[in-house]
Write a protein that binds this ligand. Structure first.
Ligand SMILES: [Zn+2]
Length: 103
């Protein structure tokens, strides 16, 4: 057994995106794709919504960072503020539903 997954990946770059919250580079598959619909930022759960997307770690801390630095209007290239509550609702619901880790 000489196969190392790491080496196999070495030649082919995994697509990466930058989280609009913490600005860290991450494999695209680890990030939540967000799109703008009207004045709202919504999670693109199936990755099929058209238009410019932004990437975010599926974490409330990163959402809050993005909100604080007004990253969404910048990412979507719109002048006004955007309502990111659909993303928050998604992240909060997610955490409630997956109560695998006892706190
Ligand atoms: Zn992040």
């Amino acid at each position: 057994m000489r196969q190392h997954g790491k080496l196999e990946y070495g030649g082919r770059a995994v697509p990466q995106r930058t989280c609009v919250g913490c600005r860290a580079r991450e494999a695209k598959s680890e990030l939540l794709r967000l799109v703008r619909v009207e004045g709202q930022v919504v999670p693109d759960l199936r990755g099929r919504l058209p238009g410019r997307g932004a990437s975010l770690h599926p974490a409330l801390s990163c959402l809050e960072l993005a909100e604080r630095r007004r990253a969404f209007p910048r990412a979507f290239r719109v002048p006004g503020p955007l309502d990111s509550s659909p993303v928050r609702a998604h992240l909060e619901g997610d955490q409630e539903m997956s109560c695998r880790t006892p706190s």
